[in-house]
Design a binder for this molecule. Structure first.
Ligand code: GDP
Length: 295
């Protein structure tokens, strides 16, 4: 698949070479293929356009047209640019708090509850932490039950207070509980709505202000493609979050949302979700994602 774009670009450039005049216009033609590949991968249109502009400047600077396999060099430039664009201070979660508080945000169905469990399991098994999961969805009792099921699967305690409809009070009580019981990480799973609305934003903003988390994570379904950008922006405007979690990458999406979100909010993508199981979590590697997006 990765060769496909390379072949296409080679072909485009060779055809143009055959016409003898190799100019900036020819490179622009080739870049149309790059843009198409990005759009196919669900990258936001404006961002794909900006991106190809940058690649164009690099390509002309590196004189791609004089090499034997210009398509391959173009792909390398594109891949390097993509990797750089998605890179940054991705690794790690700030675990300096006592306890360290991690606040999960995102729309309903994005995978927050599942990821909360995965992260708790990861921190427990890979980082020898003793996490506490906190159910703060006061609207959906089923969501609280779901977190208890997840906690049971991974052997992590879940704090909840069914009937209490004040998520700030629940989070504060959970943190006190964590301190009293030797939990050094507190992962707070919040309520989500099907679309961004003011009530949800006010609620999560209130929790955020009250508990001052070390880490606020925005969870987004990679299958939502272009919509992911608007959602990410709305959450970032309110929470100024620290990192992005891209879920459902086991599906057939190429993951263009990763580029779009990174371009718009400029926050690192920290982890990816690759399945429904608790072990289906991976650290985000920009270069692997670039390969995937290029297809
Ligand atoms: P929440 O409403 O944000 O808490 O979302 P959930 O954690 O309940 O996830 C919604 C649905 O997506 C559930 O059916 C999960 O099993 C599923 N899900 C979550 N993460 C992943 C993932 O990485 N891959 C796949 N295939 N499914 C996922």
């Amino acid at each position: 698949m990765f060769n496909n774009l390379s072949d296409k670009l080679d072909k485009a450039l060779h055809v143009l070479k055959g016409h003898g005049s190799i100019t900036e216009v020819n490179v622009a033609e080739t870049l149309k293929e790059v843009r198409r590949a990005l759009l196919d991968a669900d990258v936001n249109f404006k961002i794909a356009k900006q991106f190809t502009q940058t690649v164009k400047e690099k390509a002309l600077g590196q004189n791609v047209l004089t090499t034997l396999q210009p398509g391959q060099l173009m792909v390398k430039i594109v891949k390097d640019e993509l990797t750089q664009l998605m890179g940054g201070d991705a690794e790690g979660i700030n675990l300096s708090g006592k306890p360290s508080i991690i606040l999960m945000s995102g729309l309903q169905g994005s995978g927050k509850t599942t990821f909360s469990g995965k992260l708790a399991n990861y921190l427990k098994t890979k980082k020898s932490k003793n996490p506490l999961l906190v159910a703060c969805d006061v609207y959906r009792p089923a969501a609280i039950d779901q977190l208890h099921v997840v906690g049971g699967q991974i052997g992590v305690e879940v704090f909840s207070d069914k009937g209490n409809n004040d998520p700030v009070a629940i989070s504060q009580a959970a943190i006190a509980h964590a301190k009293a019981n030797g939990h050094n990480v507190v992962i707070i799973d919040t309520a989500g709505r099907l679309a961004v609305d003011e009530a949800m934003m006010t609620e999560i903003s209130n929790i955020h202000k009250a508990i001052e988390p070390q880490e606020t994570l925005f969870v987004v379904d990679s299958m939502t493609g272009q919509d992911a950008v608007n959602t990410a922006k709305a959450f970032n405007d309110v929470l100024n979050f620290d990192g992005v979690i891209l879920t459902k990458l086991d599906g057939d999406t190429r993951g263009g949302a990763a580029i779009s979100i990174k371009s718009v909010v400029n926050k690192p993508i920290k982890f990816i979700g690759t399945g429904e199981k608790m072990e289906a979590i991976d650290v985000f590697y920009p270069s692997r994602m670039a390969d995937r997006i290029l297809g």
